[in-house]
Design a protein around this ligand. Structure first.
Ligand SMILES: Cc1cc2nc3c(=O)[nH]c(=O)nc-3n(C[C@H](O)[C@H](O)[C@H](O)COP(=O)(O)O)c2cc1C
Length: 204
């Protein structure tokens, strides 16, 4: 059982980072092997939208860039459970998380389908190494009103569940956290996050 956490904040020991660490500690308590990826520290080039090797080639490798996405896609392909955590930035998840998601497109392996272009039937799915794997999405935000981050969380969920076909095992939103480490004061939240990591790793 391998559990991977992806941090979409640029702040080390920030609220997203601490949340991911607590989830992974819970998973480790269920004997999972855990790995944390601090995306801002990694070499992840911006997708150029060339479609050169995405989708129609097996092997989930971008044709253009040899960077840390090769390693990250291998980790997802061989992992069992994931947590993706981001701060709410300008009403969306962070650009760091967005860049990472955009570069996961080579996971799709499709061939032309019978449907009209622009409809889901235009492609026939052959493979996606992420498909059906369990994932938790987590968003942390300054403002107290959860409605402020709802759209972002919905888009976050859509990308993980629909675009990359993972099975959403949890949806976390932590409000009223602004400065680095504010989340530490939320003892119940962090205990729940630990318990979620432990339970999901146990069940997987
Ligand atoms: C550029 C930027 C944009 C932000 N936009 C929002 C926002 O739209 N709504 C909100 O509630 N908080 C917003 N925040 C606050 C962060 O979500 C908050 O500080 C969060 O706890 C940071 O998470 P981290 O500690 O993991 O970096 C923003 C912060 C920054 C730096």
């Amino acid at each position: 059982m391998k559990v991977c956490g992806f941090v979409g904040s640029p702040r080390k020991q920030g609220n997203s980072d601490i949340l991911v660490e607590r989830f992974l500690e819970g998973a480790a308590a269920s004997q999972a092997v855990t790995k944390k990826f601090f995306l801002a520290d990694l070499n992840i080039n911006q997708c150029r939208g060339c479609y050169a090797n995405c989708m129609f080639q097996p092997g989930f490798r971008c044709a253009v860039f040899r960077d840390d996405m090769d390693m990250l896609m291998d980790e997802i392909a061989s992992g069992d459970l994931f947590i993706f955590a981001s701060p709410l930035y300008c009403s969306c998840y962070s650009a760091i998380m967005a860049r990472f998601f955009e570069r996961l497109l080579p996971f799709w392996h499709v061939e032309p389908g019978d449907g009209e272009p622009g409809t889901p039937g235009a492609f026939r799915f052959l493979n996606n190494p992420a498909k059906g794997k369990k994932a938790v999405i987590a968003l942390v935000q300054d403002l107290k009103d959860p409605a402020v981050g709802k759209l972002a969380l919905d888009i976050f969920e859509h990308n993980v569940a629909k675009t990359y076909m993972m099975d959403i095992a949890g949806r976390l939103q932590v409000t009223d956290v602004r400065s680095r480490g504010d989340i530490v004061k939320k003892l119940t939240v962090l205990q729940d996050v630990f318990n979620m990591g432990k339970k999901l790793a146990e069940d997987s």
